[in-house]
Design a binder for this molecule. Structure first.
Ligand code: AMP
Length: 134
């Protein structure tokens, strides 16, 4: 995609701080600088998000997510990761080239990437009826 900022990073037209690259995926630091090591992992083949990604590309990018996550934990002094994805504008996606955020975590790092939402009055049987796939 010509006007896609992440495609431009893949093509080397825009610089990035590369963490990992293979045949299917590229991982680089998020410019937000909001938490240490915030990394984006993207497929090399353009797709908008999880909803339209082809299976091979999705497998490739998830495999790269796992490699980066294991590297952070095994070699970089972290003990866990958060893996986040926004697919769609309503889900707060802002760059429309599939990406997974990988955020390395340590005990006591004071980040809250899994906020509590309190309780709703939900009839889980009805929710399940609405949402089940088969
Ligand atoms: P999302 O809101 O899930 O679509 O995340 C998009 C992310 O891309 C944001 O966290 C941005 O900080 C990040 N971002 C945008 N442009 C760049 C860039 N040129 N290099 C690295 N990260 C970027």
């Amino acid at each position: 995609m010509n006007d896609c900022i992440f495609c431009k990073i893949i093509k080397g037209e825009i610089p990035c701080y590369k963490i990992y690259e293979d045949q299917h995926a590229l991982a680089f630091l998020d410019i937000a600088c909001d938490c240490y090591g915030h990394t984006l992992v993207i497929p090399k083949q353009h797709c908008t998000n999880v909803l339209d990604c082809n299976e091979q590309s999705l497998q490739g990018v998830i495999s790269a997510v796992q490699k980066v996550a294991n590297h952070f934990v095994n070699n970089c002094g972290f003990s866990g990761v958060n893996i986040l994805n926004a697919s769609g504008q309503s889900a707060q996606q802002s760059v429309f080239h599939l990406h997974f955020h990988v955020i390395p975590r340590k005990e006591g790092d004071n980040l809250d990437l899994w906020p509590l939402h309190g309780k709703q009055q939900l009839n889980l049987a009805e929710v399940c009826q609405h949402l089940k796939l088969n």
